[in-house]
Design a protein. Structure first.
Lengths: 466, 249
């Protein structure tokens, strides 16, 4: 009897849902020159294959337990975005003013009119020279592919299936980039689907700063776009990268993104991320220690209000000994919004003398807001130091009293403390202009809308009650 | 200025103040001394209205206004200031922002116009120099990573900016080295005026060498058991508090 059931299950062919089917049709619609098609063929085919085989997200799929992809139904017949001209003055109004190499992508395509010229080492896949072609074929897909197949996100596979263009950033040996690279990705929402692929290869001793800034063309009007992004970064021996990623799209946008980083011997990754919730926002970070002595420091802020969703899944693999990782995430969730923080640390059996710390703190500002925080530690080595903490809390009463005792109203005091709760993490940012811009952005968020200010002492349910 | 009459208060169900009465006239400096647990810090917290400190009977008025009818922030705007024994660290909120918000609130209450950011910065810098605090501290998080002495100097700077009518210094001398003590005392002395009064809560006579009090009160088991002038503080320093209890006062 039971055998029959097993057989029947095995015999059921994988049925693709309408989104999956349409996604593959979209891949077939992409047109490329022969050279590029050859360069990307394997990646695209494998991506499509993996995407087809992957289990579709649902309540029973562990890494999608709290995040519904229902929003993707909207895109079951959507077409590729056709880039639109940005309104006059857009860049000066909405982008950071930085002393940086700015490259602006609109719906996945470079907008040369508002971008700086590409310095040596940076090129589109479509304009790759011999060296760039070599780098792309030796690294593209390999960094994301180094993650255990069971841990891979099906949207990373889809991104590969959809990769017809992309950006390569190559920082040669011992080169220190004086100017940060500021990549701007604007979704106009005029035509829904866009794909973005970035590959960064840092050779031995290289040093760079990369900022990825995602936003919607209109701050007010709905953005119907679905954007799938994947950034792969190889940090060579002794190289150092500071990476900032801002996902500040309009709340009507859907964004699924991933950052995959492989750290070689004695390299350093300093990461910082801020995101605001939207109808679907899922961000995966895979940070892998591949060479001894590597270290990473990673901080993140998420804000969600209205009925937004924001979901961070981070995964740090300590594959080799003597590496360190420090991770700190803070979030504020209000109204009926929902946030997920899933922090996984995997310490391989050989990874002795690992130091790994992870901390996640949350403020809930309404009774109907939801936060799901889950540390996931897998430790197979015995001589390691690993610490984690997760809290869902309210504002500190003593701090409130202190502010009030100076004449500050409770309402203003709560705003200052809620703002301070996340603003504190900005102090680690190395570029002053980025820090100031973000601080102003946060200040604006907190002053325009009290939904992120903790005025209540919400009930906290433990996992057992859910 | 301040009239406290037969004040009884509880903290976490425990009776701490037991009928404390105290009258302070404008311009006076009153020192309050007493053994651990006698209710010295409770007095400051009760007067400022900290939650968890429950007044069971008695009353207190500041310039004729019943303090216990006012919220914490309203008492502050009326001119009550408590220099905390343990100033609170608030990372992520800059000291400057905090000071501006408190000065704005006080000025608004007094019907004075808001200071411009420029004028406020200037004022804040001047005040920080008066307490020998590097103006760079204005940009840091409130008390974040400040040493004990820096925190206390920050308290005195706030006092200077807010220009309160009644200042309560809650063991401001604890944890201070001699240099910092002198800076703090000089700050307080510069603030003394015929219109401003002080309650100086301390364990040690040493602070009173620098801030000369008009009255010294000894607090024991929640009420004032003896009142004298600065000589009383010296006597306490020599004999401890035991002799007062033996005398059965």
């Amino acid at each position: 009897m039971s055998d029959a059931i097993v057989n029947r299950r095995q015999s059921i062919p994988a049925v693709l849902n309408p989104f999956q089917q349409h996604a593959l049709v979209l891949a077939d619609q992409q047109v490329m020159s022969d050279g590029r098609a050859a360069l990307l063929q394997t990646l695209r085919q494998q991506g499509a294959e993996n995407f087809k085989r992957a289990t579709w997200p649902g309540r029973k799929v562990e890494h999608w337990k709290y995040t519904s992809v229902q929003a993707l139904k909207t895109y079951e017949s959507a077409g590729w975005a056709t880039p639109v001209k940005l309104p006059e003055g857009f860049c000066s109004e909405r982008l950071m003013t930085l002393n940086a190499t700015r490259l602006v992508f609109v719906d996945g395509a470079l907008d040369a009119a508002v971008s700086d010229s590409m310095p040596a080492g940076i090129s589109l896949f479509s304009e790759a020279d011999t060296l760039a072609t070599q780098l792309i074929s030796s690294h593209l897909g390999k960094i994301a592919g180094s993650v255990d197949p069971s841990r891979r996100n099906l949207f990373a596979a889809l991104n590969s299936a959809w990769t017809a263009e992309g950006l390569l950033i190559h920082v040669a040996q011992n080169v220190i980039l004086e100017k940060p690279i500021y990549l701007v990705h604007i979704s106009t929402g005029s035509n829904p689907v866009a794909n973005q692929r970035t590959l960064m290869v840092m050779e031995q001793g290289a040093n760079a700063q990369l900022i990825e800034h995602f936003l919607s063309a209109s701050g007010e009007a709905p953005d119907s776009g679905f954007v799938n992004t994947l950034t792969e970064i190889h940090i060579g021996q002794n190289a150092q990268l500071h990476h900032t990623r801002l996902n500040l799209e309009h709340e009507s946008a859907a964004h699924v993104g991933a950052v995959h980083v492989n750290l070689m011997r004695d390299s350093v990754f300093n990461g910082f991320t801020v995101s605001e919730g939207s109808k679907l926002k899922r961000l995966d970070y895979h940070l892998n220690h591949c060479g001894q002595g590597a270290s990473l420091n990673f901080a993140g802020i998420y804000l969600a209000r209205h009925d937004q969703l924001v979901d961070y899944h981070t995964c740090i693999e300590h594959r080799v000994p003597h590496c360190t990782s420090q991770q700190i995430f803070r979030g504020i969730v209000g109204d009926k919004a929902k946030a997920v923080f899933n922090g996984r640390i995997h310490i391989f059996q050989d990874a002795q003398k690992t130091l790994a710390e992870m901390n996640n703190r949350n403020l809930l500002t309404s009774d109907s807001a939801e936060i799901n925080t889950k540390p996931e530690l897998e430790i197979y080595a015995d001589d390691v130091k690993c610490a984690h903490g997760a809290t869902i809390s309210q504002l500190d009463d003593t701090a409130l009293y202190y502010l009030q005792s100076r004449g500050i109203s409770p309402s203003q005091a709560r705003m200052m403390l809620s703002f301070g709760f996340v603003n504190e993490l900005l102090s680690g940012l190395p570029i002053e202009d980025v820090k100031l811009w973000l601080e102003n952005w946060l200040r604006h968020r907190f002053s325009e809308d009290r939904s992120l200010v903790s005025d209540v002492n919400p009930r906290v349910k433990s996992g057992a009650d859910l | 200025m301040l009239e406290i009459h037969e004040l009884y208060a509880k903290v976490e169900g425990k009776q701490i103040l037991n009928g404390l009465s105290l009258s302070i006239k404008p311009g006076e400096v009153h020192a309050i001394m007493g053994p651990n647990g006698s209710g010295k810090s409770t007095l400051g917290n009760v007067l400022t209205g900290r939650s968890g400190y429950e007044v069971t009977s008695g009353n207190a008025t500041l310039n004729g206004k019943n303090l216990f009818n006012l919220e914490v922030e309203e008492r502050a705007r009326e001119g009550l200031f408590l220099a905390f024994q343990y100033p609170v660290e608030i990372p992520g909120v800059s000291n400057m922002e905090f000071l501006k918000a408190s000065v704005d609130a006080r000025r608004k209450h007094l019907g004075l116009p808001d200071l411009s950011s420029f004028d406020f910065m200037k004022l804040a810098r001047e005040s920080s120099q008066k307490v020998s605090l590097d103006p760079a501290f204005l940009k840091r998080g409130v008390n974040e990573g400040f040493s004990g002495g820096e925190k206390k100097r920050n308290e005195i700077m706030q006092m200077m900016l807010l220009e309160p009518s009644l200042c309560i210094l809650d063991e401001t001398d604890s944890g201070l080295d001699i240099d910092a003590l002198q800076v703090v005392a000089a700050g307080v002395n510069a603030m003394r005026s015929s219109a401003r009064s002080f309650i100086v809560v301390t364990h040690y006579q040493r602070l009173l060498d620098y801030i000369i009090p008009d009255y010294v009160h000894v607090l024991s088991q929640g009420k004032i058991v003896r009142t004298g002038d600065k000589e009383l503080a010296k006597e306490l320093e020599d004999k401890g508090y035991g002799w007062l209890e033996k005398e059965g006062v």
